[in-house]
Design a protein around this ligand. Sequence first.
Ligand code: GTP
Ligand code: MG
Length: 245
Amino acid sequence: MREYRSSDIRNVAVVGHGASGKTTLVDALAFVSGSSKRHGTIRDGTTLTDYSPDEIDRGYSINLGCAFAEWMDTKINLIDTPGYMDFVGDAVAGLAAADGALVVVGATAGVEVGTEKMFHEAIARRDPVLFVISMLDKENASFDGVYQDIKVKLTTNVVPVEIPIGEGADFRGIVNLFSKRAHIYKKGTKAGEYDETDIPDEVRSQFDRYYQELIETIAATDDSLLERYLEGEEIPRDEAIAAMK
Ligand SMILES: Nc1nc2c(ncn2[C@@H]2O[C@H](COP(=O)(O)OP(=O)(O)OP(=O)(O)O)[C@@H](O)[C@H]2O)c(=O)[nH]1
Ligand SMILES: [Mg+2]
């Protein structure tokens, strides 16, 4: 591993309700970034952050666990926190050690008690929050449903960055709203491999709706951006990302 300046390190606490997929996500991020050579699973007891015999035996997190992903010259330390309320003190301690929170929400369960608790803890600390919707491959998964749930129960100050292509058994990729490109996961390969394509027709109307929402929210952060947007000018990707921060 290379040496990093502190300005190239991010500490992110991965929080959320019990069994929402935090440990699985942390393992996948470390694997896909190349920081870990093995794609671990809860079932096999091989994840990076549920390593104690008790955690492997029970199949859920009990302590804080740390893994990392090296991505675009940045080292992202991922602090995996337990979701069960019995261990909420550890989860809050994980937030205290982090610069921001990644809140995992299951696409079938939506916002749960643990999601609300940890979201409000993060906001109270003035941490930036990124939501990740997990379980999109499960039956009855609904991205639109969870997005609305977040708006109603947590905050209206949220914008989508990526939307899924297909849901449930049909889930097979994502569209990035900034790049306007689709990533279609390759079948039969290890996690993370994909083909980059144009936006598929089946998600076009959903893309248009979410893109409009994203750009309007971004334009509203700055008078000159708003003026340009209202005059019909396309806001370039770099400016949109800067405004989103
Ligand atoms: N189908 C499907 N299963 C998933 C996904 N993510 C996680 N799981 C499964 O859901 C269960 C819970 O996943 P974990 O990663 O342990 O969830 P967690 O949020 O870390 O749970 P706690 O540590 O107890 O809070 C495990 O059986 C995982 O294999 C997903 O995206 N799709
Ligand atoms: Mg866990």
